[in-house]
Design a protein around this ligand. Structure first.
Ligand SMILES: Nc1ncnc2c1ncn2[C@@H]1O[C@H](COP(=O)(O)OP(=O)(O)OP(=O)(O)O)[C@@H](O)[C@H]1O
Ligand SMILES: [Mg+2]
Length: 258
């Protein structure tokens, strides 16, 4: 996998980032640094702006009608909205996995090679190697290696989600965004996805919106608590989940919220 992430230096930096749908702010003046080789868990109640914040990071937010961004997002020090930035290349470097896995109606193998084939030509040997590497990194290889040419739609939900992760990994991203990737999965599939993410952080920056506080505390190195678009608290996950500084974070993680 591509490993251009430099430990110690922020991979992504958000400066005073706000995002509006029409005149409604969904996230407000967020300042955040996202580092290489760690998992940042962005958590908070419904409609607090978690998905919006994630989608800003690879400019999927550009697609929102009447959407408007203020502030700056820097990837390796470069503003992702600079006119010379290719959005396609940005979305290759910063890949995203959604809550509901939607495999293409193709074989398992073709789901993984679909993206890379759109780019430069690769030999069959290179593609086979990429498929194996991506499926291994998504903790799916052992379950599918004997049926790569079978339809991806026949896989279980948990397998489909790991296939969608493999599809993103095949593009060799530097940052992986995941928006509640385990929300529809049983606990065993959830653990498989989490195990894959823990291995992937050795070579990537990972930003996840977990499906609950437990998942955030299990896999987050850092955590960010969002409330009504505001970043209430950000820091080392272990501290946030055991000794939060802000009473609103405390209320939320102890279930007193609302
Ligand atoms: N495409 C859109 N057009 C208009 N408003 C939107 C759009 N997407 C999100 N919003 C609004 O922005 C706010 C934040 O939504 P967002 O989806 O980012 O929250 P979230 O924290 O991910 O919520 P959830 O936990 O329900 O997924 C909400 O008030 C939502 O209604
Ligand atoms: Mg969301």
């Amino acid at each position: 996998m591509n490993n251009t992430a430099t430990p110690g230096k922020a991979k992504l930096v958000l400066h005073d980032v706000s995002f509006y749908y029409g005149d409604q702010p969904a996230v407000r003046q967020i300042n955040l640094r996202i580092y290489a080789n760690e998992i940042l868990a962005i958590f908070g109640p419904a409609m607090s702006g978690k998905s919006t914040l994630l989608r800003i990071l690879n400019r999927l937010s550009d697609l929102a009608e009447e959407g408007r961004l203020e502030g700056e997002v820097l990837l390796d020090g470069k503003n992702i909205h600079d006119p010379d930035v290719s959005v396609i290349q940005l979305r290759t470097r910063v890949g995203i996995v959604f809550a509901v896995p939607v495999p293409l109606p193709l074989s398992i193998q073709e789901n993984v090679t679909y993206g890379p084939l759109l780019g430069r030509g690769r030999s069959k040997g290179e593609l086979d190697e990429l498929v194996e590497r991506s499926l291994r990194a998504a903790a799916l290889w052992d379950e599918v290696k004997d049926r790569l040419s079978e339809s991806a739609t026949a896989l279980s939900g948990g397998q489909q989600q790991r296939l969608c992760l493999a599809r993103v990994l095949a593009l060799e991203p530097e940052v992986i965004l995941l928006d509640e990737p385990c929300s529809g999965l049983d606990p065993i599939s959830t653990l498989k996805v989490e195990k894959a993410l823990l291995a992937l952080k050795e070579s990537h920056s990972i930003v996840i919106v977990p499906h609950n506080v437990q998942q955030a505390s299990r896999i987050g190195d850092k955590a960010a608590f969002l409330l009504m678009g505001e970043l209430v608290e950000y820091g080392v996950a272990e501290q946030i989940f055991t000794r939060p500084k802000d009473p609103r974070t405390d209320d939320y993680i102890t279930g007193r919220f609302g």
